[in-house]
Design a protein around this ligand. Structure first.
Ligand code: NAD
Ligand code: DAU
Length: 352
């Protein structure tokens, strides 16, 4: 038995690959283009693992996709690969259209050709699991109910519009061709191996480096945080027992304002790695220009996943954020290598 994972050198895909190989004997083929966000150092511990087949390649390359599916005969495709950073999508939307829309289309087409050639039993068991985001639903007001799977899609950024497009393609390939698809829409993840362009790792590493902690606008935007290993367990559970054609929301019931998140990180760091001058890291907080079109609030209702498949997150925000900070403190080499020249170029483009 084999599964094919796309984007398994990124943050969530990388955590998924490590968790999967620790739990299953099944071979995992990991297709990743190694963009700026893909990092083979995340996969160092499984480099020589007999069940891990890493393929450096692009989901836009349909000949490669056809070849991989024919050679490895996977029982499932789990699709993490994407351009994932909202701010980058504002500076340069084209890569998001290419990978998130055209790339998902190519993957669906190759999966369809492969699936149609399988014998009946294997056709029935095959799954295409599309990993998507809560951002496709748009933005909530303070007193709105959390997003359910029935919430209309109202994406507001080039990133979320490209992910919503990919969700629609996945839905259509099920409805029209019968491809057995599953879609998960998850809230904000955090945890080990998170690229430091995103809020939580950026704040941890900037704090330790004595640099400003940038808060967009008033810092009162709300995100619903989920520890990454809980997202991985949700994906495994949906793959195992989700109903083909269905969409499942994944979230941690951990709504926090950005200011709360940043202050929590500062106070944990004050205890775990005090500043040399004895002052709080919170003194490094700086309010900067807001993100254009910044969504105010995301919140996920994950009740369907709990009721139908019995999934619940294992971590609270308090336990997860402490684990995350401890991981960054213990893995200075990984972060030093990530913060190389191209990362510094991004920081000067975004923050001036
Ligand atoms: P990431 O940016 O850390 O990793 C993306 C990975 O995809 C990288 O390894 C990159 O090299 C690879 N990739 C990019 N373009 C590719 C291409 N054309 N072909 C092959 N590989 C390519 O992203 P992430 O944060 O790990 O997110 C993974 C998935 O989960 C995405 O689909 C994202 O939309 C979704 N998601 C993310 C979050 C979050 O909080 N990070 C929450 C919900 C859903
Ligand atoms: O909700 C799921 C989404 O979460 C995923 O689909 C995306 O791939 C992922 O990047 C994430 O999107 P966000 O835009 O919510 O995450 P980000 O870490 O970029 O920002 C979190 C919040 O913090 C957001 O309100 C913007 C704010 N922010 C971010 C950065 C980088 C700041 O205030 N300052 C910053 O420097």
């Amino acid at each position: 038995m084999t599964i094919l994972v796309t984007g398994g050198a990124g943050f969530i895909g990388g955590n998924f690959v490590l968790d999967w190989l620790a739990r299953h004997d099944e071979t995992l083929v990991n297709l990743d283009a190694l963009t700026y966000a893909g990092n083979l150092e995340t996969l160092k511990s499984v480099q020589a693992h007999p069940g891990h087949v890493f393929v450096h390649g692009d989901i836009l390359d349909s000949a490669l996709l056809d070849q991989l599916l024919a050679r490895h005969q996977p029982r499932a495709v789990i699709h993490f690969a994407a351009e994932s950073h909202v701010d980058r999508s504002i500076h340069g939307p084209m890569a998001f259209i290419q990978t998130n829309i055209i790339g998902t289309f190519q993957l669906l087409e190759s999966a369809r050709r492969y699936w149609q050639g399988l014998e009946a039993r294997r056709q029935q068991d095959f799954r295409f699991l599309h990993v998507s985001t809560d951002e496709v639903y748009g933005s909530l007001a303070a007193d709105d109910a959390p997003f359910s799977e029935r919430h209309p899609q109202q994406p507001n950024s080039p990133y979320s519009a490209s992910k919503a497009s990919s969700d629609h393609l996945v839905r259509a390939w099920h409805h029209t061709y019968g491809l057995p698809v599953l879609t998960t829409n998850c809230s904000n993840n955090y945890g080990p191996y998170h690229f430091p362009e995103k809020l939580i790792p950026l704040v941890i590493l900037n704090a330790l480096a004595g640099e400003p902690l940038p808060i967009y606008g008033d810092g009162l935007q709300v995100r619903d945080w989920l520890f990454v290993s809980d997202h991985c367990s949700a994906v495994r559970r949906v793959l195992e027992a989700g109903r083909a054609g269905e969409t499942y929301n994944v979230g941690g019931c951990n709504e926090k304002t950005n200011l709360e998140v940043v202050r929590t990180i500062c106070s944990l760091l004050d205890g775990l790695r005090p500043r040399a001058d004895g002052r709080s890291y919170a003194e490094q907080i700086r309010f900067v220009s807001d993100r254009p079109g910044h969504d105010r609030r995301y919140a996920i209702d994950a009740g369907k996943l709990e009721r139908e498949l019995g999934w619940r997150p294992a971590e609270t925000f308090d336990s997860g954020i402490r684990k995350t900070i401890e991981w960054y403190l213990a893995n200075a080499e990984w972060t030093a290598h990530v913060r190389d020249g191209s990362y510094r170029d991004w920081v000067s483009k975004q923050y001036g």
